[in-house]
Write a protein that binds this ligand. Structure first.
Ligand SMILES: C[S@@+](CC[C@H](N)C(=O)[O-])C[C@H]1O[C@@H](n2cnc3c(N)ncnc32)[C@H](O)[C@@H]1O
Length: 210
């Protein structure tokens, strides 16, 4: 047996700051068992934290970036979670259908996407709702987390600066208007369950499939 262990873990510093608050929100939506699919898992630090926090469920990570999937695998191995947690899937929300088998699909009870929709083109947000509904049943949830523009709330200076810096990196990126995200959600059969203000001017938005 090859005992060499290649440590390819990445550190995304914000994950240690926001993971507990996100887990607190998730605790109200996660059922005792079942599988929860994370889109855009990044380094995998959220994924392993949620798997440890909710040991009775299966947390299925995914990311289109090879280096991120390597990091996720590394975190899973480092924390000794490989008997519980599957390897990440290579999901790019725009490459449809997603590589999800029927047996996996039948286990999915919710989909979570943290900090992706402002760091990808708007077409990714649309694709996520259009495709997510194929793997969810009525009342299952889709949760988004990140900074949003909201008409009833003044945008913080830090979020305005963040929006500008994103647009400089890629004109197709930028903070999304919650109203516009809701419109896409409703068009795809989701209803808004809750909008929860989170630390550091972020928001958790939870939809349920009608
Ligand atoms: C800012 S990182 C967030 C990572 C992690 N969720 C977190 O909060 O630390 C954005 C992630 O979105 C992923 N991403 C970008 N475009 C995507 C797409 N079309 N489909 C799925 N994931 C995508 C990137 O690979 C990256 O991991």
């Amino acid at each position: 047996m090859d005992n060499t262990y290649l440590d390819e873990r990445l550190n995304f510093p914000s994950t240690t700051r926001n993971r507990e608050a996100i887990a607190q929100v998730l605790s109200n939506y996660i059922s005792a068992n079942g599988l929860f699919l994370e889109i855009a898992s990044g380094s995998g630090e959220h994924g392993v934290f949620f798997q440890k926090t909710f040991p009775s469920i299966i947390w299925q990570t995914s990311d289109p970036e090879f280096i991120h999937r390597k990091s996720i695998i590394s975190w899973i191995n480092y924390l000794g979670l490989s008997s519980k947690m599957p390897e990440p899937l290579d999901i790019d929300v725009e490459k449809r259908p997603w590589p999800i088998t029927n047996s996996l699909s039948s286990l999915i009870k919710g989909i979570v996407c943290i900090n992706m929709i402002h760091i990808s083109p708007w077409s990714c947000t649309k694709a996520m709702f259009e495709e997510s509904k194929c793997y969810l049943e009525q009342n299952h949830f889709l949760m988004l987390y990140g900074p949003f523009l909201m008409k009833e709330k003044q945008t913080s200076e830090s979020n305005m600066n963040f929006d500008q810096s994103l647009k400089l990196q890629n004109p197709q990126w930028g903070l999304r208007h919650l109203d516009q995200v809701n419109k896409i959600a409703f068009k795809n059969g989701f209803k808004l369950d809750k909008v929860i203000e989170m630390p550091a001017n972020n928001v958790s938005v939870i939809y349920r499939l009608s």
